[in-house]
Design a binder for this molecule. Structure first.
Ligand code: UDP
Ligand code: MG
Length: 311
């Protein structure tokens, strides 16, 4: 049994004005029940609605509510990073601000922590509600990532998790910009535990992860943890070279030992287009990696804080 910890709750907020009051009520009820010292850190990730106003109100009613506001939208991962940088608790819990992550699960996460876990991740149990396409694409993505990268991620992992202070300090030393937090959590190791939960539908508003955003998130995940796509060019190049060599031998044979000649136009065009297509795809893949190297070398800050409440 560990000492009574101080708790930090970290919540990224992007246009969640409607959810915030309800979220605070449910969260505060759970935290008061626990009787622990706590802080609630909201990161306003460039909201255009009244989220900042709502957060100011919450801060006025409860001084344990602290707010960071970014100068513009820097993304979910940047907001989580800012929260971890600022959190002072012995235990930090990250969760979404749209009430899809039930605050009532927090005592269970703490139980796992008390039993010795240093990372307690949650596994989403719903699925029907998320939509067929989102589920299928998520499953395919995690299957692919687990195969080509040296990490192991469950497909229904959520960004609702408890982190021990030690783990937070470790994450703070990781300076990568294209931060795929789920992957990093699995990569850093430590004693990990899982808790299943029933995901609720979004309380209000709509998801900030459109298809194109999910797609670039997926590319971030793959490029951050695997160089396999780059190696694929070598494999494919080798096999194309091998088959074309056999084909050349065959063509020479036909020319020398038969009265026929190889039929031309269509097959030449097919080969040219095929090779051209493959080369462009791999230029694109190299470009994805290169642009990330470029981003990292510029060394710009990961996020810019414009306003603070409660610090
Ligand atoms: N979010 C954010 N910045 C963004 C996009 C999302 O801070 O650019 C927050 C959002 O307010 C929510 C959480 O990240 O609290 C998860 O986003 P969302 O619910 O839209 O994702 P989904 O649950 O649909 O995967
Ligand atoms: Mg959500």
């Amino acid at each position: 049994m560990r000492d009574k910890p101080k708790l930090s709750i970290v919540l990224p907020v992007c246009n969640e004005e409607q959810s915030l009051p309800q979220l605070y009520l449910r969260l505060a009820a759970v935290l008061k029940e626990l009787g622990l010292d706590y802080e609630i850190i909201f990161i306003d990730d460039g909201s255009h609605d009244a989220s900042w106003l709502e957060l100011t109100k919450l801060h006025q009613t409860d001084h344990r509510v602290k707010v960071l506001s970014f100068s513009r939208n820097f993304g979910h991962m940047a907001a989580l990073a800012a929260g971890l940088d600022q959190a002072a608790g012995d235990v930090v819990i990250t969760m979404d601000a749209d009430l899809q992550h039930p605050p009532e699960l927090i005592p269970q996460l703490l139980n796992e922590w008390e039993a010795g876990a240093e990372v307690v991740s949650t596994l989403r149990q719903e699925s029907r509600r998320a939509g067929y396409f989102k589920n299928l694409s998520a499953r395919f993505f995690y299957w692919l990532l687990n195969r080509i990268a040296k990490i192991n991620l469950p497909a229904n992992a959520a960004d609702f998790r408890l982190l021990d202070r030690k783990v937070v300090e470790t994450l703070k030393t990781i300076k990568e910009r294209s931060r795929f937090l789920r992957g990093l959590i699995s990569w850093i190791g430590y004693q990990q535990a899982f808790v299943a939960y029933q995901a609720e539908p979004r309380f209000a508003g709509k998801t900030k992860y459109s298809f194109s955003r999910m797609f670039s998130f997926a590319i971030d995940g793959i490029t951050a943890f695997s160089a396999f796509p780059l190696r694929l060019a070598t494999y494919l190049g080798l096999s194309i070279a091998f088959f074309s060599f056999i084909y050349i031998v065959y063509a020479i044979f036909v020319k020398l030992f038969t009265n026929n000649a190889m039929a031309g136009w269509a097959s030449v065009l097919i080969v040219v287009l095929f090779i051209g297509g493959v080369q462009l795809i791999f230029l694109g893949i190299i470009g994805e990696y290169l642009s990330r190297v470029f981003d990292e070398t510029k060394g710009r800050p990961f996020y810019i804080v414009a306003k603070k409440l409660g610090w």
